[in-house]
Design a binder for this molecule. Structure first.
Ligand SMILES: Nc1ncnc2c1ncn2[C@@H]1O[C@H](COP(=O)(O)OP(=O)(O)O)[C@@H](O)[C@H]1O
Ligand SMILES: [Mg+2]
Length: 239
């Protein structure tokens, strides 16, 4: 990532004077529903510095997944801004946001979102191939080894358990060593020992690469390991 000239050219920043990794201001999300309008998120403001680790916690239905999707530009807000590493992502068009994500972001979905017609290895190779990485196969195989799936490389998602699919999704998000890593309940389907090794992998990436981590979690132990915790209650940040 650091040696990708396109990535550093796009924001013009240097490590010495980096903007915040994430700056969220006045972020709201409303959707139409049967009774009119449903407010999912309201007036969210916060900033995350490069290499920070942030836990997002809150009751089920409080808006955590919606917020994480907005942070990644996977969904559009009703109002407000998300600035990632100096780039106002909603000032970009959809293609611009996709290019930004490809260069800088790893995302682990709560529902894994593996491609059904690709095997585990191919799923993890995909983000590398999209960047034209000649060593995609070797890097993907190595990352699948690190999540304990060396013996499942050729398995298609439907032949993997929930926990195994989650580990493939994590490997896919990690393999490009993105400066921004967002994960929605990344250990939700894992047993305690596997969950612990995944947590270690995420924090290693944070330490070794300076990746900024935002983790949605129900797990107090994982939240406790993050530098900071934000709590969402009914679509607002609790203070
Ligand atoms: N596209 C949508 N249309 C209508 N309601 C939605 C939509 N997306 C999310 N919601 C609702 O918004 C609330 C927050 O959802 P979500 O962000 O998934 O919560 P969490 O991840 O904290 O459990 C929930 O009540 C959910 O049903
Ligand atoms: Mg959720």
């Amino acid at each position: 990532m650091r040696d990708n000239p396109e990535a550093s050219k796009n924001d013009g920043s240097t490590d010495a004077q980096r903007p915040p990794a994430i700056a969220v201001s006045g972020l709201s999300k409303k959707v139409a529903d049967a009774s009119g309008e449903l407010t999912i998120l309201q007036d969210i403001d916060f900033t995350v510095q490069p290499a920070e680790t942030l836990a997002l916690v809150g009751a089920s239905g409080s808006g955590k997944s919606t917020l994480l999707g907005l942070l990644a530009g996977l969904d559009t807000p009703s109002s407000g801004k998300v600035v990632l590493d100096g780039t106002d992502i909603f000032a970009l068009d959809e293609d611009g946001r996709a290019a930004f994500r490809k260069a800088k972001l790893g995302f682990v979905f709560q529902s894994f979102q593996l491609l059904a017609h690709l095997n585990a290895l191919e799923n993890v190779m995909l983000p590398l191939e999209l960047r034209g990485d000649d060593a995609a196969r070797e890097k993907a195989a190595e990352m699948l080894g690190r999540v304990g799936l060396s013996s499942r490389l050729k398995h298609y998602p439907k032949y993997l358990s929930g926990g195994e699919q989650q580990r493939v999704a994590l490997a896919r998000a990690f393999v490009t060593e993105p400066p921004l890593l967002f994960a929605d309940e990344p250990t939700g389907s894992l047993d305690a020992a596997t969950g612990e090794s995944i947590i270690q992998l995420m924090f290693e990436l944070n330490r070794e690469r300076g990746s900024t981590l935002v983790l949605v979690t129900h797990d107090p132990a994982m939240a406790a390991r993050c530098g900071r915790t934000l709590t969402i209650a009914a679509g607002r940040l609790a203070v």
